[in-house]
Design a protein around this ligand. Structure first.
Ligand code: ATP
Length: 234
């Protein structure tokens, strides 16, 4: 579905991704794992077109998307749920959700999708008139996911959705991601929570210092000695 082909990405003169290539298959949960600073966020920011690769290409179902503006990427069905939620803090929950549906079919079907999101997250419905800054961390993550769903995505990319959440909320967020996958949305997940994400994913890649160094099914990587040592503390 998504093909990332040999991309090099820079911040100014500083190169942070080297020749990164991987594929996301339709209907799967694909995970990118890696230490802090390995380049996971940079990879998904590049897919979202917040950054432009200096070399290489990004294709969705055969259509090249690199060098398109970010709003075009959303219209092609790719949405990015960013690290740290990035809600509009002084806007209400409902206004934040609406901001996810600014274009095309998502705009036409806005109120239908809003009911769907409230069905998935009844707590957001209860709090729809509250400003985002008054929500707990878990509720903010739900609102960020809800806003992503409002764009009617084919591919949803999550950047560290469990960051800063209590273990019980992490479970809730991960089971919501599995449910979204079951409803037909393909998932690209970037996480530090390696044990749980390898257990729930179809496939995973390891990013080290801006390069992909390993790839395989979740269970293959869980059995890999290097992964065990570096990420699982075994
Ligand atoms: P983390 O889990 O800490 O977010 P990550 O794997 O997502 O790690 P990135 O955020 O993609 O890593 O960062 C990759 C490299 O790029 C790091 O060395 C980081 O310091 C650098 N970097 C990230 N953002 C910028 C920026 N805006 N300007 C310059 N360098 C940056």
């Amino acid at each position: 579905m998504l093909t990332v082909n040999h991309i090099d990405v820079f911040y100014g003169d500083l190169q942070v991704l080297w020749d990164v290539s991987f594929e996301v298959h339709e209907g799967e949960i694909l995970v990118l794992i890696g230490a802090n600073g390995a380049g996971k966020s940079t990879t998904i920011k590049t897919i979202s077109s917040l950054l432009t690769p200096q070399k290489g290409t990004i294709e969705l179902s055969g259509i090249r998307l690199d060098h398109h503006p970010p709003h075009d990427i959303i219209q092609h069905g790719i949405v990015h749920v960013p690290e740290g939620r990035r809600l509009f803090s002084e806007m209400t929950v409902e206004e934040n959700l609406i901001m996810g549906s600014l274009y095309g079919e998502a705009k036409t079907k806005r109120y239908e999708t809003l009911e769907y999101v409230y069905g998935l997250f009844p707590r957001l419905k209860e709090r729809r008139k509250q400003t985002a800054e008054t929500l707990s961390g878990g509720e903010q993550q739900m609102a960020a996911i809800g806003r992503g769903l409002m764009s009617l995505p084919k591919l949803m990319m999550f950047d560290e959705p469990s960051l800063g959440l209590a273990p019980i909320l992490v479970q809730e967020i991960f089971s919501m991601i599995r449910r979204i996958k079951e409803e037909g949305v393909t998932i690209l997940l970037v996480e530090q929570n390696v044990t749980q994400t390898l257990a729930m994913c179809n496939r995973a890649y390891v990013l080290e210092n801006g390069r992909i160094t390993l790839g395989g099914t979740g269970s293959e990587l869980m059995e890999n000695e290097k992964v065990k040592e570096a990420f699982l503390g075994i």
